[in-house]
Design a protein around this ligand. Structure first.
Ligand SMILES: Cc1cc2nc3c(=O)[nH]c(=O)nc-3n(C[C@H](O)[C@H](O)[C@H](O)COP(=O)(O)OP(=O)(O)OC[C@H]3O[C@@H](n4cnc5c(N)ncnc54)[C@H](O)[C@@H]3O)c2cc1C
Length: 481
């Protein structure tokens, strides 16, 4: 396994990075990106064990419901590249299992890749979202053929790929990019059906970075959350990148072009749902704390809003539990979360998030945006005024209440808050993507049968005279109190 220092050293590998208009010669020294690398290095140190055979828990393949839950619980304490490595490898194994019957060679390569990644203790990120050009046209119909990543050359040793993948979280601080098609490709789009593991420092890979991280010269106390939790997203260009055969998991087989996207959707969304349980609970906690600090916790409409936030959090938790509990198992014995519960919970968490933030802002008041900084509190000229007017009662002093306001602003209404708002909707695919999966897995026949029964129509479509339908007590599932 690698130590944190060895990991940081491994990032100095000639990778071509850019941010804010300049090249980044060393990601561990770049002020805007450095914090992400250091957080991942801490993760390496936390997991490090000596010995040739040691490996991190992020390489565990769950084979039971308990193990699946254990891995998901551990995600809550891991840095993003480590979560992404686990997610990504489980995705590759799920895809391999689904491809094994048709393309056993790809399944074997995927397994070999898993073992190799474990041996090298690398971090892998998921690289699926293409530039996509005109969204209403398929890849082969675009006016520029590179708007979806594609194979531009083939040889006996491998392929050359060209295109771009956007928004890739933690790409700049990972070792490898797991590239895969963003959607199902049609016959004739074989060159777009490509999945591969590409080193971040492969010749031709260039990553242009963006991050919500507060600028390094800003007061960390004013950003109590985002100064400690940072993320970088990469706009990745593949400028004719060679991929050797042993890193190719799909190279033209359109019938499996969507296999990777489906498998990633499942694992990525389950991980998101697990983290949204904590996110929702945190929103509830902030709402309750600021209500108490403002003396509002017994007011009816405040309690009602918090009750709605609690219900939101509880339903996400219920969806997560159901997804894990109803796991299915691949022929290899690997556990796989339930598709419908995973996607329904992800949809609910994402679709209702902004409403919950609205409740928090409504409860908290305008100081979410206007509370002066703790530096002003410490300034002898202004501090006494803030002490006097920002406190509310015995036990609620200015510093405590201001910290709550700064946290709510940072967490939900500033750069990180804006990032989170868009991320809950888009990461793992927009809302519609989850609705499609839920609809596909829903038991529609059962729903139709119940509706027919309610209408007094037999399964073959015969309308029964209402007078002939035997009346019954209203006991089937609902009894008014
Ligand atoms: C912070 C962040 C981190 C991310 N991290 C990653 C990552 O690590 N790896 C990765 O691969 N991706 C990542 N993503 C990308 C994410 O998966 C996409 O943003 C998402 O899938 C939507 O794609 P898009 O941004 O291109 O938007 P679009 O595809 O333009 O979608 C915008 C809207 O248009 C709709 N739409 C688009 N095309 C069609 C169509 N043909 N028919 C009907 N409706 C359509 C969508 O449903 C959506 O409602 C990340 C995104 C964010 C915001």
């Amino acid at each position: 396994m690698l130590t944190g220092d060895q990991y940081l050293q491994s990032l100095r590998d000639g990778r071509q990075l850019y941010v804010n208009g300049h090249a980044v010669p060393d990601v561990t020294e770049e002020p805007l990106l450095r914090a992400s690398a250091l957080a991942a290095a801490e993760g390496y140190d936390r997991h490090y064990q000596p010995g040739e055979d040691a490996s991190g828990p992020y390489f565990l393949i769950p084979t039971s419901v308990d193990e699946l839950r254990q891995v998901q619980d551990m995600y809550l304490d891991w840095d993003f590249p480590t979560i992404s490595t686990s997610n990504g490898l489980l995705m590759v194994l799920t895809a391999a299992s689904r491809m094994r019957a048709d393309f056993p060679q790809y399944a074997e390569r995927a397994l070999a890749y898993f073992e190799d990644a474990k041996r090298r203790d690398i971090r892998i990120v998921q690289t699926i979202t293409d530039a996509k050009g005109n969204r209403s046209l398929s890849p082969s119909k675009q006016d520029d053929p590179d708007l979806y990543v594609r194979i531009v050359d083939r040889s006996a040793d491998g392929v050359v790929i060209r295109g771009a993948k956007l928004h890739i979280s933690s790409a700049a601080i990972a070792h490898e990019l797991m590239v895969m098609p963003t959607k199902r490709m049609k016959p004739g789009e074989e060159d777009y059906s490509v999945a591969a593991a590409v080193p971040v420092n492969a010749p031709g890979v260039k990553i242009i970075n963006a991050s919500f991280a507060p600028r390094p010269d800003l007061d960390p106390d004013f950003y109590p959350y985002s100064s400690r939790h940072v993320m970088t997203e990469g706009f990745i260009v593949f400028d004719d990148v060679f991929v050797p055969n042993d890193r190719l998991f799909l190279a033209g087989e359109v019938e499996h072009s969507a296999t990777f996207a489906h498998a990633l959707g499942l694992w990525e969304r389950l991980g998101s749902v697990g983290s949204y349980v904590r996110l929702a609970d945190t929103l509830v906690g902030l709402a309750q704390l600021i209500a108490e600090a403002n003396g509002l916790e017994r007011i009816g409409h405040i309690k009602d809003k918090i009750a709605e936030m609690i219900t939101y959090a509880t339903l996400i938790r219920a969806g997560f539990e159901a997804a894990v509990q109803h796991s299915t198992f691949t022929p290899e014995g690997w556990a796989s979360p339930d598709e419908m519960f995973t996607n329904a919970a992800k949809y609910h968490a994402a679709a209702e998030f902004s409403r919950m933030v609205r409740h928090l802002h409504d409860i908290a008041g305008g100081s979410v945006l206007t509370a002066p900084s703790l530096r002003d509190l410490r300034n002898p000229e202004t501090g006494p005024y803030l002490e006097k007017y920002m406190r509310t009662m015995e036990g609620v002093d200015a510093e405590y209440r201001m910290r709550l306001f700064h946290t709510i602003r940072d967490f939900t209404a500033d750069a990180f808050g804006g990032w989170k708002h868009v991320t809950v909707i888009q990461a793992g695919g927009g809302l519609y993507a989850q609705k499609v999966v839920v609809t596909n897995h829903y038991d529609m026949e059962n729903a139709k049968a119940l509706a027919l029964e309610t209408a007094g129509i037999t399964p073959d479509g015969t309308v029964v005279s209402a007078a002939e339908v035997p009346s019954a007590e209203l006991t089937d599932g609902y009894a008014p109190l």
